[in-house]
Ligand binder design. Structure first.
Ligand SMILES: Cc1cc2nc3c(=O)[nH]c(=O)nc-3n(C[C@H](O)[C@H](O)[C@H](O)COP(=O)(O)OP(=O)(O)OC[C@H]3O[C@@H](n4cnc5c(N)ncnc54)[C@H](O)[C@@H]3O)c2cc1C
Length: 412
């Protein structure tokens, strides 16, 4: 027999669905509301590039990926660790593997089959879905939704808000909840892009020729706002607007913070991280004979996008100065004008501050209402940290809600 409490989970992303799973397994029959016609559209979109569920690195390193929010995420990760994520997928019938970079994927890397099975299991266990229900207001105990049949009012014994951030709004997460919660005098840190690209003023010629071209095996370095040198090897992608890709996303928090204070902000690329500057000077000083500059550079392995980057910052005369070319290749100044907008970002930084919440992610001012997932004020790089974090919080809040419902009200 199902428990009769009237529970709403608003937001059918991975955070809300994990909360629904925990509640339905505990004998409750939650209703999941979502504004979109189908559930977890961002989760599905994540599967297009390979659904990166979590990461195989050592746990303390994993936890540190949540930056300043590490301690706020700790209870969620304790309840739902990277290993628990792998077990969860396995229990749904999807084995996972650890890729060469440490990232964990389902064997087929896809989201759709896994989501289909997950939703099926949730429905079997008693979770009810009400799609095309957009939360538009919350007054006292009345939750009002815009539906295809007009506005509908509901009241609940417990509510879990899992409304997402505001990136890729076409997938459902629009950030419209900010106004609803601001009206409740809750503290909300402004929503900002995370894991996004940056604008660079490329020349028209460069843009036309190299938009869509990756720059592989390079090192990116810069000083963050705390004066710490950040330096990483990897790959980025040149695009029409500037740069994107894993090396950029990993550093996007630090670069965004710098741009906020010191725009435009210059980062440095070592285009030949495995060759020292002296060796480059030596090679570039060799006699060129009748070779064109491009042909001469080609012999040294300096071609394509790397060679053209030099032409973006050095004059024709400078291109013949071996020492200057070598030092530019080792420390190419890449000036980032601004962040790409939130709607294009992979995830959202900022959100509802943890200070509004108790240890179960319940609003201190509004007992029985919990908030989880990307709508909260934390961020993490790509690498499976986002899904692990939001699903962990889904579990944390669901257990908190069960405790809340089972506790005599006077003692709360
Ligand atoms: C292109 C892309 C690729 C990604 N790849 C990965 C990856 O490989 N690994 C990883 O860890 N993370 C990845 N992410 C990030 C990850 O998908 C998100 O962090 C995660 O989906 C957030 O979960 P959530 O449940 O908190 O919010 P969401 O998934 O955003 O879900 C929120 C839900 O709330 C609903 N909603 C919003 N407002 C209302 C309202 N007013 N009324 C009713 N419903 C509402 C939305 O329709 C949505 O269904 C990717 C993101 C993108 C965009």
């Amino acid at each position: 027999m199902k428990n009769l409490n009237n529970i709403a989970i608003i937001g059918a992303g991975p955070a809300g669905l994990m909360a629904a799973q925990v509640l339905s397994e505990a004998g409750y029959a939650p209703t999941v509301f979502d504004s979109m016609p189908s559930a977890a559209r961002k989760f599905l979109r994540a599967g297009k590039g390979g659904l990166n569920l979590t990461h195989g690195e050592e746990f303390s390193l994993f936890s540190s990926r949540y930056f300043e929010a590490e301690s706020s995420l700790a209870p969620a990760l304790e309840l739902f660790s990277p290993n628990a994520m792998r077990l969860w997928a396995q229990n749904l019938g999807f084995e996972t593997f650890i890729g060469s970079s440490g990232k964990v994927y389902p064997l087929d890397k896809k989201a759709a089959p896994l989501l289909r099975t997950w939703l099926h299991q949730l429905k079997e266990n008693g979770t009810v879905f009400k799609m095309k229900h957009s939360l538009v207001s919350w007054e006292k105990d009345i939750w009002q939704f815009q539906t295809p049949d007009g506005r509908k009012d509901y009241s609940f014994d417990g509510v879990i808000l899992a409304l997402g951030g505001a990136s890729w709004p076409s997938l459902g997460s629009t950030g419209a909840w900010v106004k609803i919660l601001e009206d409740k005098n809750l503290n909300i840190s402004p929503l900002k892009p995370a894991n996004m690209g940056f604008n660079v003023s490329w020349s028209e010629v460069f843009k036309e020729k190299f938009s869509g071209t990756p720059l592989k095996n390079i090192e990116l370095s810069f000083t963050d706002i705390h004066g710490k040198t950040q330096s990483k090897l990897g790959e980025l992608l040149v695009n029409d607007n500037g740069v994107e890709g894993s090396l950029i996303y990993t550093n996007s928090k630090y670069i965004r913070e710098q741009i906020q204070e010191n725009a435009p902000f210059t980062v440095y690329l070592d285009l030949f991280p495995h060759r020292c500057e002296d060796k480059l000077v030596q090679d570039l000083s060799k006699t060129r004979g009748k070779l064109s500059l491009s042909a001469f550079w080609k012999r040294l392995g300096l071609t394509g996008v790397s060679a053209s980057l030099l032409r973006e910052v050095l004059t024709k005369e400078m291109l013949n100065e071996a020492a200057l070319v070598a030092s530019t290749l080792k420390k190419f100044p890449l000036t980032l004008e601004s962040s790409r907008p939130l709607k294009e970002a992979i995830s959202t930084a900022g959100g509802l501050c943890f200070t509004n919440l108790d240890e179960h992610l319940m609003l201190k001012e509004f007992p029985s209402v919990f908030c989880i997932g990307e709508m909260l004020d934390w961020e993490a790089p790509t690498g499976g940290y986002l899904l692990t974090g939001v699903m962990g919080q889904g579990k944390q809040a669901a257990l908190g809600l069960i405790k809340f419902l089972q506790t005599p009200k006077a003692s709360i």
